[in-house]
Every structure is written in C-alpha cells, then in structure tokens.
Write a protein that binds this ligand. Sequence first.
Ligand code: CA
Length: 221
Amino acid sequence: MKVLLAEDDDYLFAALSMALQRRGYNVEAVKTGTEAQAALLTNVFDILLLDLGLPGLDGTKVLAELRSRGEVMPVIIMTARDGLEDRIEGLDLGANDYLVKPFDFRELEARMRAALRKSHWGNKVEMEVGPLRLNTNSGVLLLNDKELDLTPKETTVLKTLMARAGRVVSKRQIMNQVSDWVEESSENAVEIVVHRLRKKLEFSKVAITTVRGFGYLLAEE
Ligand code: CA
C-alpha cells in the first residue's frame, strides 16, 4: 500500500511517516506542494494525505491539478481547526475526506481504510486475469493476493496486456501506451519490460506468450 504524505510541519511529517511505516505502509513523504505534484506525476500511490497549507504550491492547487488529470485516487486533506473554508474548498475540489489537526493516528487510519474501500467500490479499478489482479488506479498488482512490486513501465505494459487478455497485443500497441519511450530503442525496451514481467509472473497460472511476428499474449494457463 503506497502512501504519499504531503506535510510541511516538521513534527507531523516525522510522526506520521514513522507511524505509517510502522503500520506497514510504504510511505513517500514530502514537505512542499511542488514536491507533492512531482511525486504524483512520477509515481503511483494508493492514497494521498494532503496538508492544505503547503509552501511552494498550495495543497488545494495540488488537489485541483490531480483531479483535472482525471486521477481518482483517494485523497484525505488535513487542515487546521480554523480552516473551515479550506476544508470546504478541499472537498469541493474532490478530496474524499478530511481530518482536523490535531488528530489521533487511529482516526487517520480508519479514514484511510474507509477512503480506500470507497475508491474500490466507486471506481472500477480492478482488472483480473486468473490469479492476477491489478488495481489500475494505484498500479498495485496482486498475484495470488500477494502484492508484487512493479515499475510504472511494467504497470503500463501489464495493464495493456490485461485489458486485452487472451488476445495478441502488438509491440506497437504497447509502445503507444508509453509516451516517453524513445522511438529507436522502444521495441527493445518493450522486450526488456516483458522479460521482467515474466520473471515476476513465474510459477503462477498466468503467463505472457510471444506470438512471433505479432506481439504478446497474456493468458491464464
Ligand atoms: Ca502546513
């Protein structure tokens, strides 16, 4: 479970990072809105814990930008007691929930669980092929209910293959999904990513087959 924490208060930054890590969350923590935005553009997270009063770029701007890109990941905003206007604005901008500081860590965890459940039901983000389940929103891949670690490129390739499971997908179709692959080396890059994915799917009941001259096919064995 990957969490992005955006909080500029030193104490909360350290306390929340530590508490979340101790509870088994994979946490990336940043102190400015600019860093939060950069992290959201480069990584996939299951949930965002967002302080609204952030230096660099305001939390409401980070949230507005995230939603304008069509991102449906759950967001919990954290505001000061007197920040009623902020809270309303945050909810209007698409936050799923809010917490008023100071809050109890157990309450944060409960809200996180609720937000994650809602996002699970509210948005069709699960794709399934045999023992393989992908949360297309967070990029979290479960194989036999165990989380596997995927890079963003591996996620994109697997998503493309899963969306067309049982059918052949050409390298060109895969490349079209990844905008930043350099043209000359992209066929090779696809092969490398597929090779790595195969290793991660080894010994499971689902496999990626090469269809010579055409592309790849993901199917349950
Ligand atoms: Ca703050």
